[in-house]
Design a protein around this ligand. Structure first.
Ligand code: MG
Length: 281
């Protein structure tokens, strides 16, 4: 099932995508749905009346995450290499450890909206297509072989990054957390719709030019490994979003770098989930 959050007649609704539109589901928001709905209840509710897609405006599937998004840095080999080439001091990784950081998201940006370029503050604006994992239940001391049971579904996150702020401070938090820096969507693909761990094509295009082209099967630290490691002493709640890292081909990876500018159109795509398209304004 593909789940969306959308605006209809000025009201925020959650729904299931069908071939011809959206069936609204009886939950006040996606976080409540994730926390309370069983798969059987969702299947029943999704048999309702379909509203045409043209009559709704898609929002990010989780417009207001309850907590910061947990992110992995340098979790694809070729991206770790291009990052170290760009700035070895900021991105060198001497040991094969997982790199975690956090991203403040007061409001996730909707598909087909503008990403602010923050001119005057940011000169090196960059994109990162990522598979985001959404947890469906409270997770503590998860065994790797049980990790799949904790996954509610998957979506696409564009982990927008101000490289000058990211490398200019001792921490990535500021450069990853500016307003509009977390486009998300277009939908949540529920976990039952794909293999675990998911092995899906992952791509980004800028103004139609293919920049990133990889597979989520190439994560260095896999989803079971991430969940097992993080929940060793940290309880993760339903609705937690984990962005699993980006493959090679981000703007800073090119020589010379290809940073974003106003007017650029960024498309992030993951097989079976869809295309998340935003423009830089
Ligand atoms: Mg990232």
């Amino acid at each position: 099932m593909k789940l969306v959050t959308c605006l209809h007649d000025g009201k925020e609704r959650v729904g299931a995508l069908t071939e011809s539109g959206v069936v609204f589901l009886p939950y006040p928001d996606m976080n409540t749905l994730i926390e309370t709905a069983s798969p059987a209840q969702l299947r029943d509710a999704a048999r309702g009346e379909t509203v045409p897609l043209a009559d709704v405006t898609l929002l990010a599937p989780i417009p207001r995450p309850r907590q910061d998004v947990i992110c992995l840095g340098m979790n694809y080999v070729a991206h770790a290499e291009e990052s170290a080439r760009y700035n070895n001091r900021a991105f060198s990784k001497e040991k094969p450890i997982s790199v975690y950081f956090s991203k403040r998201v007061s409001e996730a940006a909707a598909p087909d909206t503008g990403i602010p370029s923050h001119q005057g503050l940011v000169e090196r604006l960059d994109y990162e297509v990522e598979l985001a994992v959404i947890l469906g239940k409270t997770a503590k001391n998860v065994k790797p072989e049980e990790a799949g049971d904790y996954i509610f579904g998957y979506t696409i996150v564009n982990d927008m990054s101000a490289r000058d702020l990211q490398t200019g401070h001792m921490q990535w938090y500021f450069g990853k957390s500016l307003d509009g820096f977390t486009p998300m969507g277009p939908c949540i693909l529920t976990a039952d719709e794909t293999a675990f761990p998911p092995a899906l094509g992952i791509y980004s295009r800028i103004n139609g030019e293919l920049r990133q082209n990889s597979s989520t099967s190439l994560l260095i630290h896999t989803i079971p490994a991430i969940l097992a490691e993080l929940t060793q002493g940290m309880t993760l709640l339903p609705g937690t979003i984990i962005a699993t890292g980006t493959p090679a081909g981000v703007g800073m990876g090119f020589e010379p770098p290809k940073f974003l500018k106003p007017g650029d159109v960024v498309e992030c795509e993951i097989e079976n989930i869809g295309v998340l398209r935003n423009s830089i304004v």
